[in-house]
Design a protein around this ligand. Structure first.
Ligand code: FES
Length: 302
C-alpha cells in the first residue's frame, strides 16, 4: 500500500467526483494506461478505480468515482465522506487492460468507462498513432471529462449524448475499422455486449465493471493446501475459496469479489484451478473470490 493525501476532490459530472491523490512518501509507483488501483476506504471497504491522470506524473494519481445508487458502500462513502486533506491508502497499480501496439485505435467509452481510456488516448496520440474516441453517455451533464477531451483531442473525439442522439452505430464503426486497428471498450454491460457482436474478437479489448453472465458446472467440494503453513482447508460447494481461506485464518485481500479486479490473486503451486474470472488469470495464478478447482486438491502459496 502507498499512503496518499487527497489533494483535491471535485465534481466533474452529475454524480461523478474526481480525486487527485498525492503521495506522502515520495514518488508513487509507476503505471501504464489501463491500470487501476484499490482504494482502502476508511469504512474498511476496498474499491477499484481506473487511473485516469497522467502516467508521467509520479507525484499524484487521479481517479473518478460515479455514485452508484445500488452502492454497497464504496461510492457512497467516497461521495459523502471523503474530503480534501484526508489520507488514503492506495494499492500498487495493476493492469489487466494494457494498451497493445496497433497501427490505429478506436476507443469506445460509455459513461464512467471513459476513465481507463483517457490515458490510453493520450498515450496513443502522443505516440503519433491515429486514434478515435467515441464517448457515449446519457447527456453531457452526466459525462465526466468532456471539456478536457475536447480541448486536448479536438476532432479525434466524438461525444454522443444518447438521450438526444441515440446510441452510437457500432456496426458502422466496425465496418469502417482500419485493417489491424485495435478496439478498446469500457462501459456498461449492454455496450460491451453490442460491441463484442460487431468487432473482430482478436482485436477487441474490453474492461468490465461486472462479470459476464456465464453458467458453470455445479460447485464441487475440494481441498486447498496452504503450502507455507501446511494447513489443509476444506472448501464446501456453498462457499468460495476466498471465504474458506479467510475462515481458516488465511485472509486474502479482496475487492470486487466478482472476478473482475484482480486484487485477490494467489499463486497456485499444484492442482488444476477452474478459472471463473473475467480477467484471464496468468499461468500459475488464480482469483479465489470466484475460481474453484477442477482437481480434488489445490496447493496455494499461502
Ligand atoms: S476480489 Fe476482485 S478478482 Fe477477486
Amino acid at each position: 500500500m502507498q499512503q496518499t493525501l487527497i489533494d483535491h476532490i471535485g465534481q466533474v459530472a452529475e454524480d461523478v467526483v474526481s480525486l487527485v491523490l498525492r503521495g506522502t512518501g515520495g514518488p508513487l509507483a509507476p503505471w501504464e494506461p489501463g491500470a487501476h488501483v484499490d482504494l482502502a476506504l476508511p469504512n474498511w471497504l476496498t474499491r477499484q478505480y481506473s487511473l485516469c491522470g497522467d502516467p508521467a506524473d509520479r507525484e499524484s494519481y487521479r481517479v473518478a468515482v460515479r455514485y452508484d445508487p445500488l452502492s454497497r458502500g464504496g461510492s457512497e462513502y467516497v461521495h459523502r465522506f471523503l474530503r480534501q486533506g484526508r489520507t488514503l491508502d492506495v494499492s500498487l497499480p495493476r493492469n489487466h487492460f494494457p494498451l497493445l501496439p496497433a497501427p490505429e485505435y478506436l476507443f469506445l467509452a460509455g459513461g464512467i468507462g471513459i476513465t481507463p481510456l483517457l490515458p490510453m488516448l493520450r498515450a496513443a496520440t502522443g505516440a503519433g498513432v491515429p486514434s478515435t474516441l467515441v464517448y457515449a453517455g446519457q447527456s453531457l451533464a452526466t459525462m465526466p471529462f468532456v471539456d478536457e477531451l475536447r480541448s486536448s483531442h479536438g476532432e479525434r473525439v466524438r461525444i454522443v449524448a444518447t438521450r438526444q442522439q441515440g446510441r452510437p452505430d457500432l456496426a458502422a464503426l466496425a465496418s469502417a475499422l482500419a485493417p489491424g486497428a485495435r478496439v478498446y471498450c469500457c462501459g456498461p454491460a449492454s455496450m460491451l455486449a453490442a460491441a463484442e457482436e460487431v468487432f473482430p474478437a482478436d482485436r477487441f479489448h474490453a474492461e468490465r465493471f461486472h462479470p459476464k453472465g456465464r453458467v458453470f458446472a455445479p460447485n464441487a467440494p475440494f481441498e486447498a493446501v496452504c503450502a507455507r503453513s501446511g494447513q489443509t482447508v476444506q472448501v464446501t460447494p456453498d462457499e468460495s475459496l476466498l471465504d474458506a481461506l479467510s475462515h481458516a485464518g488465511h485472509p486474502v485481500a479482496s475487492g470486487c469479489r466478482e472476478g473482475v479486479c484482480g486484487s485477490c490473486e494467489v499463486t497456485v503451486l499444484d492442482g488444476e484451478p477452474e478459472h471463473r474470472d473475467d480477467i484471464g488469470a496468468p499461468t500459475g495464478r488464480m482469483y479465489p473470490c470466484v475460481s474453484r478447482a477442477l482437481s480434488p486438491r489445490l496447493v496455494v502459496d499461502l
